[in-house]
Design a protein around this ligand. Structure first.
Ligand code: S3P
Length: 434
């Protein structure tokens, strides 16, 4: 287990970074490349542990996948050519891998068991398994609580109309993947719009979808044509450096090629509400995913209300780092309607409250969020990542405003989504991280 001690209080954050590829989009590039017939080339793929686990799984299903740094070449003869793997399919820490895979395998000709690490094995899978069973899927778990390991025996599925009780792109995507194999129209009615990377990428691969308000429908039986995919930088990774620039006086940082899909940019809206000086310098909107360069300069922040249900899916992964921002903002920041945080890689409400309060912040835990009173100077100390990549990175950024050194315990998990994180932190603070 690696622990990292940082003393960054005297540093400001300057220069520029090219943000690594988006995790959600990288997973989907492998999955859709494996569904399509032909050769799919992916550039700027995120070579983090989660996406590498997705690639290994599809190799085990018989798809040829060559990874050369951030360039990936996928050769497939389509879903009908997938083979039953010789052992379990290991999703590691990745909820997206396990949940989307359930939707993909349910209507295939393959039989497989999906496993995960000790964190993923506690996360709820009923949100996916129950609607898939309603479509006729043969899915079983030895655990009563419907958690991994889960066994799927692919077969014929019925089309389905579903309104998920939680706003989740993973649920929506799994049902749409299953719908591809069902004979008829499958529709998902969302309560709040969630990230739409699956829909956008399916269209790039030649699939027709029908979108009406918060509903999206897919006609079964469509085949995918291989195509090339360019993955934009991950705004959820950029978030840590946006926060760094926003809380550290004298900072001016440019983050390049960051994905700017509207379903992911809630943090930018919240930062502007807080008074942050964040601007989009160059925006490219072509087919697929929009992206651009983000500039962040230090400006004083104020507390805000973050509770709109429609906003939650647009910033759910950024709430831990937003909590750190709020500790440096003048006034009260209230985060509500964020109970989903409790079933992420760890319970991110309890964990963030305990991490930041240990450094001297003033945060009250709420059942569905937190109430943060700022500004509070932070002190040094030791904080656990709880094996959660986003909490590890949040702890490291907190050291910029902590007077004494901060030790982040168990930083290995950061390679899940941002293998170059410490290298980038060294670059923009001109320090050497021990
Ligand atoms: C993801 C969707 C979100 C997000 C997760 C990635 C995806 O989860 O929190 O990190 O790639 O579809 P939910 O679908 O559970 O909201």
């Amino acid at each position: 287990m690696t622990n990292v001690t940082l003393q960054l209080h005297d540093q400001r954050v300057n220069g520029e970074l090219v943000i690594p590829g988006d995790k959600s989009i990288s997973h989907r590039a492998i999955m859709l490349g494996a569904l399509a017939s032909g050769t799919t080339n992916v550039s700027n793929f995120l070579d983090g542990d989660d996406c590498l686990n997705t690639a290994s799984i599809f190799r085990a299903l018989g798809v040829t996948i060559d990874i050369d740094g951030t360039d990936v070449r996928i050769e497939s003869e389509g879903q009908s050519a997938w083979q039953t793997p010789s052992g379990p399919l290991y999703a590691g820490n990745s909820g997206t891998t396990a949940r989307l895979l359930l939707g993909l395998l349910a209507g295939s000709t393959v039989e497989a068991t999906i496993t995960g690490d000790r964190y993923l094995s506690k996360r709820p899978m009923d949100r996916i398994v129950e609607p898939l069973r309603d479509m006729g899927a043969d899915i079983t778990s030895e655990e009563e609580a419907l958690v991994l390991p889960i066994h799927v025996k692919g077969g014929t599925l019925e089309p389905f109309e579903y309104a998920p009780p939680v706003a989740s792109a993973q649920v929506k995507s799994a049902i749409l993947f299953a719908g591809l194999g069902a004979d008829g129209t499958t529709t998902v009615h969302e309560q709040s719009k969630t990230r739409d990377h699956t829909e956008r990428m399916m269209e790039q691969f030649g699939v027709t979808l029908r979108e009406e308000g918060l509903s999206v429908s897919i006609e079964g039986g469509q085949t995918l044509q291989a195509t090339d995919v360019v993955v934009p930088g991950d705004i959820s990774s950029a978030a840590f450096f946006l926060a760094a620039g926003a809380i550290k006086e004298g900072s001016d940082l440019l983050l390049k090629r960051v994905g700017l899909n509207e379903t992911r940019t809630g943090m930018l809206d919240v930062m502007r509400d807080m008074g942050a000086d964040v601007t989009i310098e160059r925006e490219v909107r072509e087919k697929g995913e929009p992206y651009g360069d983000l500039r962040i300069r230090y400006a004083p922040l104020c507390g805000v209300d973050i509770s709109s249900e429609a906003l939650m899916p647009r910033l759910i992964d950024e709430l831990p780092i937003i909590a750190l921002l709020a500790t440096q903002a003048d006034g009260v920041t209230t985060i509500r309607n964020a109970e989903e945080l409790r079933v992420k890689e760890t319970d991110r409400i309890t964990a963030v409250v305990s991490q930041l309060n240990a450094l001297g912040a003033s945060i009250e835990e709420l059942p569905d969020g937190m109430k943060i009173t700022g500004p509070t100077p932070l002190r040094g100390g030791s904080i656990d990542s709880y094996g959660d990549h986003r909490l590890g990175m949040m702890g490291a950024i907190a050291s910029l405003v902590a007077k004494e050194p901060v030790t982040v315990v168990d930083t290995d998990c950061i390679t899940i989504s941002y293998p170059e994180f410490f290298k980038h932190l060294e670059k923009v603070t001109a320090t050497s991280v021990q």
